[in-house]
Structure formats: C-alpha cells, structure tokens
Design a protein around this ligand. Structure first.
Ligand code: NAP
Length: 249
C-alpha cells in the first residue's frame, strides 16, 4: 500500500533541507525523483541514486510563474507523467510589520503561494487530460495555524497554503486528484538557522516541543510516503502536522 515503485515524484526545492529529506524518503519507498529548483541538487542526486531510483533535475526559478509550463513539460519528459507533485520550495523574510517592504511581501508570496498554485494547476491539467490519478503534497507550516512574529508575508503565504489545499481538494477530489499538505514543526534547516542561532529563541522553542528536540527532515518521510501512496486515496484537503507535538501544547 505504501510502495511507490515505478512512480515519479516531482519535488521542488530538493537540493537542501526538507525537500532533500522528502526526495530521499520518497525514493526509499521506490519513487523516481524529478527535482525542480534553481540550485544544482548534486548531493540529493547521489542520495537518491544510491537507493536504486532514478533522478532528474529541472532548473527553474520558482519566484516567477513564467517558469511553470516548461517545468511541467520537462518533468514529464524525464520519466513520463509524474504521479505526485510536492510543493516544497519556500522562502522567508523577517522584519517588523511596521517596516515590512513590498519586496519582502512579494518575494515570499510569489514562491510560497503563487507558484505553488500555478504549478499545481499545471500538473492537474495534465492529469485530467490523461485521465490519470495525481497527488499533490503542499508544505504548510505551524504558521498555517498560528500568527508568528516578524514574518508577515510568510504567515500570509502559509495560511494561504492551508486554505488552497482545501479549495483544490474540493475542486479536484472528484477528478481523482488528492490535494493534501504536511505542516512541519520546527525542523533544523537553513530556513530556521537564524532561530537556532538565537540562544533565547532556541530555548523558548525547544521548551514547548513535547518531543524535546528539533525535527530532522527525515522525520517528514512517513507522512510524505503516506500522502504519495495509494494508502491515502480517500484523504482529501487535510493538513497533517508533523511537529513533535507543538500544536498539542
Ligand atoms: P531551506 O533549507 O531554505 O530550503 C528552501 C528550498 O526552497 C531550497 O531548495 C531553495 O532553493 C528553494 N527555493 C526558495 N526560493 C526559490 C526560488 N525562487 N526558486 C526555486 N527554488 C527556491 O528551507 P526548508 O526548511 O528546507 O524549507 C522547505 C519548505 O518547508 C519551505 O516551504 C518552508 O517554508 C517549509 N517549512 C520549513 C520549516 C522548518 O522548520 N524548517 C517548518 C515549516 C515549513 P535554494 O537552495 O536555491 O535557495
């Protein structure tokens, strides 16, 4: 039920952090991986190929939706029509709301929400045209549920990701497309390096994680394999927190 052999998963932002962990986790269940992003994913390629699965890279700046048609076409050219799209690429800008700039707003919203939507639309059109089942896994956040501080555009984008996950599920469930999300808790990656470097914030965060530790990208593999596999065929529009218990506090 959890076997992904022969299926292709497209993972955006797979060169590092959570995307790298998701690519490796999906490959460990048998999936071929098409990584999409602006940085060469050579470390991820080596890790995925070590599992015996195939790996391809589609170079694209996901800050601009003009990249979407070529991404969809090149991803399909790699190993055939993909079965799964993982919208993982994301960015964050930190500033006081009083000083937040338009650039800090747009650059985050474009990658985290606008491209996520149009990439989903691009693959969904292909699945509908081919009459094939498809699965979309969006990467949400604790700030899909909570307000956060000094991250206005990030909170807006990730709250939007949870809403869009529901909307797309409503429209596409009957078309055999599962749209769900994973909301990672506090995971040790570049995205959270500034938080971990701040001794006070680090202690505050650790103090409210019931599991008592930062998450590792590999902690998200089980949820990703579930949402990519036939095990989740009747799961639509949900956001699954993988957070060491953070939201339970
Ligand atoms: P990360 O290490 O900073 O990785 C972010 C990824 O997104 C990188 O591959 C990055 O590529 C890519 N990316 C950003 N802007 C891009 C653009 N314009 N075009 C193409 N690729 C772009 O952060 P991460 O923690 O792994 O984050 C992955 C996802 O998880 C994000 O959506 C983030 O919001 C979410 N998340 C993270 C946490 C956490 O605790 N770490 C918690 C909740 C949610 P480059 O390497 O080229 O910049």
């Amino acid at each position: 039920m959890f076997d992904l052999s022969g299926k292709t998963c497209v993972v955006t932002g797979a060169n590092t952090g959570i995307g790298q962990g998701l690519a490796l986790g999906l490959a460990s269940a048998g999936a071929n991986i098409v990584a999409v992003g602006r940085s060469q994913p050579e470390e991820t390629r080596a890790q995925v190929e070590d599992t015996g699965c195939k790996f391809a890279f589609v170079e694209a700046d996901l800050g601009d939706i003009s990249s979407v048609p070529a991404v969809v076409e090149k991803a399909e050219a790699a190993f055939g029509l993909p079965a799964v799209l993982v919208n993982n690429a994301g960015t964050i800008k930190r500033n006081d709301a009083l000083d937040f700039t338009e650039e800090e707003w747009d650059s985050v919203m474009d990658v985290n929400l606008k491209t996520l939507f149009f990439l989903s639309q691009g693959f969904a059109k292909r699945w509908v045209a081919a009459g094939e089942r498809g699965k979309i896994i969006n990467i949400a956040s604790m700030l899909s549920y909570q307000g956060g501080i000094r991250v206005a555009s990030y909170t807006a984008s990730k709250s939007g990701v949870m809403g869009l996950t529901r909307l797309l599920a409503n429209e596409w469930a009957a078309k055999k497309i599962n749209v769900n999300a994973i909301a990672p808790g506090y995971i040790a990656t570049n995205n959270t390096a500034a938080l971990r470097a701040d001794e006070k914030r680090n202690a505050e965060i650790l103090g409210r994680i019931p599991a008592g530790r930062w998450g590792d990208p590999s902690d998200l593999s089980g949820a990703a394999i579930f949402l990519a596999s036939t095990a989740s065929d009747y799961v639509h529009g949900t956001t699954l927190p993988v957070d060491g218990g953070w939201l339970a506090r």
